[in-house]
Design a protein. Sequence first.
Lengths: 353, 353
Amino acid sequence: MADHGPARRATIRDVAASAEVSVATASRVLSGSDYPVSNRMRAKVMRAVAELDYVANAHARALSGSRPKVIAMVSAAMHSSFYSDIAQSVVEAAAEHDRLCMYASSRGHAETELEIVSLLREQSADAVILVGGVVPTAEYTARMTRIAESLASVGSRLVLCGRPGLDPSIPAYVVSYDNADGAYAMISHLASRGHRRVLHLAGDETNTTAMDRVVGYRRAVADCGLDADPSLLEYGRFSRESGYQRTRARLEAGRRDFTAIFAADDLVASGAIRALGEAGLRVPADISVAGYNDSDPSLDVTPPLTTVHIPADQMGRTAVRLALADNPSETVVTLGTHIVVRQSVAPPPGGPS
Amino acid sequence: MADHGPARRATIRDVAASAEVSVATASRVLSGSDYPVSNRMRAKVMRAVAELDYVANAHARALSGSRPKVIAMVSAAMHSSFYSDIAQSVVEAAAEHDRLCMYASSRGHAETELEIVSLLREQSADAVILVGGVVPTAEYTARMTRIAESLASVGSRLVLCGRPGLDPSIPAYVVSYDNADGAYAMISHLASRGHRRVLHLAGDETNTTAMDRVVGYRRAVADCGLDADPSLLEYGRFSRESGYQRTRARLEAGRRDFTAIFAADDLVASGAIRALGEAGLRVPADISVAGYNDSDPSLDVTPPLTTVHIPADQMGRTAVRLALADNPSETVVTLGTHIVVRQSVAPPPGGPS
DNA sequence: GGGCGAAGAGAAATCGGTTACTTGAAATTA
DNA sequence: TAATTTCAAGTAACCGATTTCTCTTCGCCC
C-alpha cells in the first residue's frame, strides 16, 4: 500500500500474475471475448483487477485488432449555438454507441482543417465528421476528395454535416438540411402575412449555407409575387454585429423601403432587432423580423423570434448513425426544416398592401 | 495505382522499404528525433511518405514511449454558452500545444461522470479536465479523491475547472473564478445606484456555484446596508424557464417588493426580463436586472444585460497550462471576475430611497 | 476400455511504432 | 600509418494488449 516507487501503471501481465492465470486468460475475461473461460478463473481475474485498479491501455488494444472506439468532429468553432448544439448531439449519440468524441476547431481556415484531418487520420477513428458551411471552390472539392480518400485508406469514414456532398464515386457520407426550403417557407410565411417587400440580410456570398438560403429566398419571392427588387438583398457576415450594422446603415440612409427583414440567421436577426429598436421602430408592429437556426438568441430577443428550426439534434444522431452503421443504405440524408412561429412577425403596418 | 486489394494501411515498414532505408531511419525522420540523419536519407524517406500517403499510427506511437497528445474534458453539457465558451478555449489552447481534445458529456449525472473518467483513463491522456459546478456531498469528495488517484496512477493529471478543490494531499489542479466576489461586486453596484431591496433569483441550493453567489450576495447586502429580508432570496434552477416562472409567480402573488433583480445567471435573467415585460414593467426604468456569466443571452436581451463577466477564455487556457506545465508552480488558480455595465440597471423609480 | 470431441488453459506471434545497442566507414589524431 | 573518435546507418528488443495455435484434461459413446 505504501509503495512510493515510480508508480508504474498496472498491465494485464500484472493482473495475470496477481490472479495466477495466464495473460491469455486475463485478456479473454477483460475483452469480453466469447472464448470459454471457467467461472473460477473469471472470478480470480476480476478480483485482481479490482485490487490493482487496473484499466486496459486503449492504445495497446487499438494496436492489436480492435478499432479504437472514437468519433472525431471538426467545426469552425464551438462557441456558437449552431455548432455547440450539433456537437452536443454528436457527443450524446456517440456515447450511446459507446464511443468517445475527439474534437478540434478549424477556426474557419481551410488549411487548418486539412492539418487537423491529417492529425485525426493518425487516430484511426471510426469516422471524422466535418461540420458547417464552406466556400465551395474547385480547390475545396479537390481538397475534400483528397481527405475522403486518405481517410478511407486508414479505414475511417468521412461524414459531411451541413455542407455539400462530393462526387458519388468519392467515399463520403452527407447529412444536411435544406437551406433553400427553409428560406422558401419563411418567405412564404411573410408573404401570407401580407408583406411585399422583404429585406434579406444574407450571409457571406461565397458560403454554401448563405447561398442556399438566398436561392430559397429568390424562388419564394418569385413564386409569391413579392417585389423582386435586387436592392432588397444584402450580403454580409453571419454575426450579430453585421446584422446591427447593416440595418442601421440602411435606416440612416433613409432606405426604409421594406416591411420585413429575413435575416441570414438568428444572430443577424438579433443585431437587426437592436438597430430597429434604436431607430424607434417596433417589432413586429412596424417591421417584422425572421431568423434562421432556432438557436440561442431566438428566445432571448424581444419579441421571441419567428425562425427556421434546424434539426441540430437529428443531425448529430444521423451523422453518428451513418458513421457506424454496418451497411448504411443511404449515403446522403437530407433532413427537413420547419418554421417556428413566435412573435416577431405580424402583418405590415398598413395591413396587407 | 489500380490496386484494389484489401487496402491495407501503409506502415513505417512500407515506407522504409519504399525508401530503401531501415525502419529505424524512417522512424527517426518521422518522429522528429534529434538523432542525426543525413539529408539524403531524410529526403528519400519524405518522398516515400508522400508517395504512400503515409500517416503514423497514433496508437502504436502511444504504446512505445511517447505519451499520446490528447487532453480530455468532461462537462454536464455542451449546448450552453457557459460550457461551450470554456470548451472553445480548451480546444484552442490544446491546439496551440499541439494536442487534440477528447470530449464527453456527463449530462450532470455523477455516476456517468465516473464511468466517463474510467473510460478516459484508458486513453492515458495528458490530463482530464472536469468542468462545472457540483453538489459537494461527502460522497462527491470521496469519488473525486478516487478519480484523482486513479488518474494519477496512469499518469494523467486531473484539473478541476469551476468547482471546488480537494484536500491538498490529493493530486489535482484547480482553476476557478470567484463567484462570491462577483456577486458582491454586482450587489455593490446595485446599491450604489440606490437600490435597497434586491431580489436574488439564486440557483440550485445544493450547487457550489449557486451557493458561492449567495454567499457574496449576503455579504454585500450586509456590508452595503441593504434590506436583509430573507424572502428576497429564492432558490431555483439555472434556466430561462426558471427565471421566468419565479418572476411571474412573484409578480402574480402581488409581491412587487423589490426594485432590482440579481439573477443566478444570464439565462435566469433573460427569463425574468420576459416575465417583467409581460407584466408591463420596463427594464430598467421600473425594475433593474443583473445577470451572471456574460454569456450569450446578455447581448440579445433588451436592454443589454449588466452582468458579471467570467473569464471563460482564460479558464480554458489556464486549465490547459496547468495540465501541461512541467512544474506548475501553483496548484490552485483563482481568476478574477468583473462586472460589465450595460443598460439593464438604473436607479429605482423614485430615486435613491 | 479405447477413441473422439469439446472445454479450458497456456505459449507465443502479432499489431506498428520507438530506441538502446551494434556496427562499419570516414575523419581525426598521434 | 596505426589508433581513436565521430557520424550515420542498421538490428532487434520492447511497449501492452489480442488471438491463433498447441496441449492437456475430461466426459461420452460404442
